[in-house]
Design a protein around this ligand. Structure first.
Ligand code: GLN
Length: 524
């Protein structure tokens, strides 16, 4: 597979290019889309036994799309001119997003073997851009979790340390991108599931402004919080992908009518001079790992040197955000998950004895098909919404949500962009928080406020923590519809950090190919 192309680029090099670098090489005819797609498929075959990022690999279709792009390029003319910049650049898709021709499980046994009869809007847009879809990535069941350990198909492992979690719920997408199994991936973020996995795997993840990317075809967890977004290795790549998937969609009633400002141009602006960047007092310090805090302070220093003005803002109601989220999210989820009834989708389990009523079939199916975390949240949500408790729980949580939104409004009068660590700690060992739901929920303490307010957030690698040498994420937040600011500041910070490190952070990750397969490791 090495050095077939005229430019003599090896597969090893090919998979380490950013999406933008690969797109440039495809356009220049230095490599073909089939070569690039095959290089990624080979990489998946070589390392995914260790990482378990993919639940399904879509080799044949991905290669067919790549071949189509190559044929169009080779023929030249108007059709070649009209190809999207990312045509032929492969991508992985979180298995919460429905796709024709591939299974969609949501990480749950209840959807095992289910095939969607339609594509999500974002998938239609990937297909329109002729991006080969490599496969579907692992996640916590129905996107509930912060470690991907709640997947019914086994946990994904962090490419930086295979005994640690890759974050969640979108650990599969983040690990695939970090392990060079895909240059790009899609995730979904309801409370941090794009940004927190990004933080702990040293990748870039973006939760767009609520309504700026269609939710049509993303299996709903909590509809008022969910957003699909990019998972990439560079800030520019996220801007490029965001631009492919974003924009109005009449099939999503919460879709914004107006497009966002040019995100790619913003990522290329190259300066932050005079920009006011607000440190959120409540989102760092106590409860944050020392190495996380140190990398956060380094980032602030660099931004200051680059001409940004650093101010401190206070968002006092953020302390209640986690509590409010864990009432609103389960309430919406309990309602959204009611459709998995053993009749309409996937699994059907018949009761072993007694009358065969619809309620009993539903009970048996849901008992067997849902995992513990999903059941926990359905019970929580049903309780919070029940008569007599609705005002005390769900109603109060909605009031807190408004207060969080007001905190953001006030903070954005003092700062153009807000900044915090993305997650309080680096990746923790597999199993460490599995039996302690509250400890698991705390991983999202810094990411949840953005979902409650609908504002956009971007996480980028901030370096390695001193204690454990694991990636730390830096989170940037902007007002609703101002996603462009995130790309502007993110790209500047990224280039300053990479200058300091002498290259991308992921270049420092261990070499998985050298480690052999998981089987051979376990045999040792
Ligand atoms: N970890 C959070 C949760 O468990 C967020 C999940 C998400 O964003 N999908 O709810």
């Amino acid at each position: 597979m090495t050095e077939q192309n005229p430019a003599g680029i090896s597969a090893e090099t090919l998979i380490r290019l950013s999406a933008a670098q690969l797109a440039d090489k495809l356009a220049a005819g230095e490599v073909t889309a089939v070569e690039a797609t095959q290089a990624y498929l080979d990489r998946i075959a070589a390392v995914d036994g260790q990482v378990n990022a993919f639940l399904h690999v879509n080799a044949e279709e991905a290669l067919a799309v790549a071949a189509e792009v190559d044929a169009i390029r080779a023929a030249g003319g108007a059709e070649a001119e009209a190809l999207h910049y990312l045509a032929g650049v492969p991508i992985a898709v979180k298995d919460l997003i429905v796709t024709i021709g591939q299974p969609t499980t949501a990480g749950s046994k209840i959807l095992e073997g289910w095939h969607s009869p339609y594509d999500a809007t974002v998938v239609e847009r990937l297909r329109a851009a002729k991006m080969p879809i490599l496969g579907k990535t692992n996640l916590d069941e129905f996107a509930m979790g912060s470690s991907t350990e709640h997947s019914a198909y086994g946990p994904t492992r962090n490419p930086w340390d295979l005994d640690r979690i890759p974050g969640g719920s979108g650990g599969g997408s983040a690990a695939a991108v970090a392990a060079f199994e895909a240059p790009l991936a899609l995730g979904t973020d309801t409370g941090g599931s794009i940004r927190q996995p990004g933080a702990v795997t040293g990748t870039v993840g973006v939760k767009p402004t609520y309504g700026s990317v269609s939710r049509y075809g993303a299996i709903a967890m909590a509809s008022s919080l969910d957003q699909i977004g990019p998972v990439t290795r560079t800030v520019l790549d996220s801007a490029l992908l965001h631009q492919v998937i974003g924009g109005h969609d009449p099939r999503d009633s919460t879709s914004l009518p107006e497009p966002l400002a040019d995100l790619v141009a913003a990522a290329k602006t190259g300066n932050v001079e005079g920009l006011r960047i607000g440190i959120i007092k409540e989102l760092h310090g106590e409860g944050y790992q020392a190495g996380v805090e140190n990398r956060f302070n380094d980032a602030l220093e660099l931004l200051k040197e680059a001409g940004a003005e650093i101010v401190e803002v206070s968002c006092p109601n953020f302390q209640y955000a986690l509590g409010a989220y864990y009432l609103i999210m389960p309430s919406e989820a309990s309602s959204n998950l009611a459709k998995f009834d053993g009749v309409r989708y996937g699994l059907r389990v018949l009761p072993e004895e007694g009358p065969m009523t619809i309620e009993r079939v539903m009970g048996a199916t849901r008992a067997a098909g849902f995992g513990d975390e999903v059941k926990r949240r359905i019970i929580l949500g049903t309780y919070a919404l029940s008569a007599g408790y609705y005002d005390a729980y769900y109603g109060s949580a909605q009031k807190v949500r408004t207060l969080v939104q007001r905190d953001f409004d006030a903070a954005f009068t003092q700062a153009d962009v807000l900044i915090s660590p993305t997650a309080p700690t680096t990746a923790f060992p597999l199993g460490e928080k599995l039996d302690d739901p509250l400890a698991m929920y705390l991983n999202d303490v810094a990411t949840i406020p953005a979902n409650l307010a609908g504002v956009p957030g971007l996480s980028l690698p901030g370096g390695l923590a001193d204690e454990d040498g694991l990636p730390v994420g830096i989170q940037l937040l902007a007002p609703a519809r101002e996603d462009a600011r995130l790309y502007r500041v993110g790209a500047v910070l990224e280039s300053l950090l990479e200058a300091k490190w002498g290259g991308p952070l992921l270049a420092q990750a261990p070499d998985l190919a050298a480690a052999g397969t998981l089987e051979t490791q376990e045999a040792k």
